[in-house]
Design a protein around this ligand. Structure first.
Ligand code: AGP
Length: 606
């Protein structure tokens, strides 16, 4: 996620700007930059890579400004490069902006502005907003910003300065966070508190659709053209707590970010009223020809791939195989004609996934990479890339990136099914409406964290856990077991529930907790039989099921409820309590859940 810091300060210095930028590093970034107004002119300094590169550029520069906007960029549109680094400017160079978020209709706006003679210097969605302000400019900068905002769609936070009115900073918020720091005789505009916490603990959190102007007159905020007052809050966190937004660990912060991340992933990618899906850049003609799909990935990303296999076969009616990349890299697969290879990776840098991709790519018709990190190796190797827009994930255990991968895979499945006329438009509309509601369902599950913690407290000393699911919920059993292993060091295995009698049943005693993903779906009766097999042998059973299924609580030891949805959306919801359970068990066992032993966030070696 990009980081914004803006200063309105008589005590501005290079060191102060760099220090604040560094305090936003935890958000992840691939380039950085700043703009100041000096002698009524905007000066920009930008670089690809780390903030220390920016420091090098500024080495012999004296900053004599009192207004500055600075930025750490986490690429979403356009690779990490100096040209794509923020701040961006309009044609005249008199307006400069930094941005966090996504402008959904940027392509359409870009074309319109190009026709009016605007020339763009970057591949970003951000740059269009500077040009849009320029286009609307008729003496008054604030009016121009207000009317430019009315034309953009998406989630965004902006900080804007202009040499035409060099005595103010304007901040705009919708979706993405903006917090205004109020110092003794200075103001800050930021994506997050740590950037200015050293100077003040007084802050105003802007609300959606707020446009805030900071000038010598203080702070003025308008919302939908009406002046509003916002509460000044006293921040009690220290800077480390502030980076984690008051959460104890990045992992739990990232689990709680999932509703927002899910919205970002699906943003602008479908219209549920029309039943249309628009995955940017994806060639629908090519998709028409596809008869087989191979999915390759590692770890959590493989679990998303495996869930997709079930969805693709059911809804798009074409054969799909999901393979673990460390195996696929040395396999000699027989690939049918018209095969699409999909690779899934949070980092886009996993060595096994890259090797498997290279092994198979030459044999297939075309390739898609579903990745989170823009400009990563896999995103460059594949014919098409679909970004998950989950923002940086700091915790080693993948959580929010899994839900974002699933969001993309649902959309891709429905897109292929639509092109191949395997789903009716009505069904697609219904399922897209389902996807739209997922964030509110995830919020509902997150509210039950205390009940999940109680279950964690009850079982945290056990040495083995078994997880089960069937069909599209089987990969969720694998994911639940992986999460627990990684961050609690407890041995855990995931199984297809029907496999119990073929071996794992020998492990059942009165201690091993057995966790079932058991919503009332097509195979519910079968899962109940499996639960009976365990109960008959004195095993402990914990069930994740849908809200309406109250009767099950009489038969099992513990129940975790998730909202009632159409059956193939349960994986998306069932994974959330799995993450929480693993988290609470890990914490209770005193493990550093953000950095568990022996693990790396990105496995770039074989
Ligand atoms: C899961 O919690 C782990 N972080 C790990 O299994 C991870 O999913 C795997 O290494 C693949 O990483 P990637 O998505 O970056 O390719």
């Amino acid at each position: 996620m990009c980081g914004i810091i803006g200063f309105f300060s008589d005590s501005l210095s290079k060191e102060k700007i760099i220090d604040s930028l560094k305090r936003l590093e935890y958000r992840g970034y691939d380039s950085a930059g700043l703009a100041i107004i000096e002698d009524k002119k905007i000066k920009r300094y930008r670089c690809k890579g780390e903030i220390k590169e920016l420091e090098k550029k500024l080495k012999n520069i004296q900053i004599k400004a009192n207004i500055c906007i600075a930025h750490t960029r986490w690429a979403t549109h356009g690779k990490p490069s100096e040209e794509n680094a923020h701040p961006h400017t309009d044609c005249t160079g008199k307006i400069s902006i930094v941005h966090n978020g996504i402008i959904e209709n940027y392509l359409e706006l870009r074309e319109k502005l190009k026709k009016k003679g605007h020339v763009f210097k970057s591949d970003t969605d951000t740059e269009i907003f500077a040009h849009l302000i320029e286009d609307k400019l008729n003496k008054n900068l604030i009016n121009a910003v207000e009317s430019a905002v009315k034309e953009i769609k998406g989630n965004y936070a902006f900080a804007i300065i202009s040499s035409l009115e060099p005595d103010k900073i304007i901040a705009v918020k919708k979706g993405a966070p903006v917090v205004i720091g109020i110092g003794f005789d200075e103001y800050f505009v930021s994506s997050d508190i740590p950037a200015f916490l050293k100077y003040t603990n007084k802050a105003i959190f802007l609300q959606d659709n707020d446009i805030c102007v900071i000038s010598k007159n203080g702070i003025e905020i308008k919302n939908n053209d009406k002046e509003v007052k916002r509460l000044v809050q006293n921040i009690k966190w220290d800077s480390e707590q502030a980076e984690k937004k008051g959460f104890s660990h990045f992992m739990i912060k990232e689990i709680f970010e999932q509703p927002e991340v899910f919205e970002d992933t699906i943003l602008g990618r479908f219209n549920e009223e029309k039943g249309e899906i628009h995955i940017e850049g994806l060639d629908t003609e090519k998709l028409k020809r596809i008869k087989n799909i191979r999915l390759i990935a590692c770890g959590t990303s493989y679990h998303a791939a495996l869930a997709a296999k079930y969805l693709i076969e059911k809804y798009a009616g074409i054969s799909a195989i999901a393979e673990i990349a460390s195996e696929a890299r040395y396999s000699e697969p027989v690939i049918e004609k018209n095969t699409l290879l999909i690779t899934i990776s949070q980092s886009g840098e996993t060595a096994d996934t890259i090797a498997a991709f290279n092994n198979i790519k030459k044999k297939v018709d075309f390739t898609i990479a579903i990745v989170n990190v823009v400009g990563s190796t896999l995103s460059r190797l594949a014919d098409y890339v679909i970004y998950t827009h989950a923002g940086p994930e700091i915790g080693v255990a993948s959580t929010k990136t899994f839900t974002s991968q699933m969001a993309v895979l649902y959309l891709l499945t429905f897109q292929i099914a639509r092109i191949k006329k395997k789903m009716t438009t009505d069904l697609i509309k219904k399922y897209l409406k389902n996807l739209r509601k997922m964030p509110e369902f995830i919020i509902e599950i997150l509210k039950s964290k205390d009940e999940i913690k109680k279950i964690a407290d009850k079982y945290y000393e056990q040495k083995d856990f078994l997880y089960y699911g069937r069909n599209v919920n089987y990969p969720i059993a694998l994911e639940g077991a992986l999460k627990l292993k990684e961050i609690s060091y407890i041995h855990a295995e995931g199984y297809p529930a029907g496999e119990i009698k073929h071996g794992p049943i020998a492990l059942i005693d009165d201690k091993v907790p057995n966790i079932f993903v058991a919503p009332e779906s097509r195979l519910y009766g079968k899962i109940i039989n499996n639960i009976e097999e365990i109960k008959a042998r004195g095993g402990k059973v914990i069930v994740i099921t849908n809200n309406k299924n109250k009767k099950i609580s009489k038969y099992v030891d513990d129940v975790i409820y998730i909202p009632d949805v159409d059956e193939d959306f349960y994986p998306l919801l069932a994974v959330i309590p799995m993450q929480l359970l693993a988290y609470f068990i890990g914490v209770k066992r005193g493990i550093n859940v953000d950095k568990p032993r022996n693990l790396a966030k990105s496995v770039t070696v074989e």
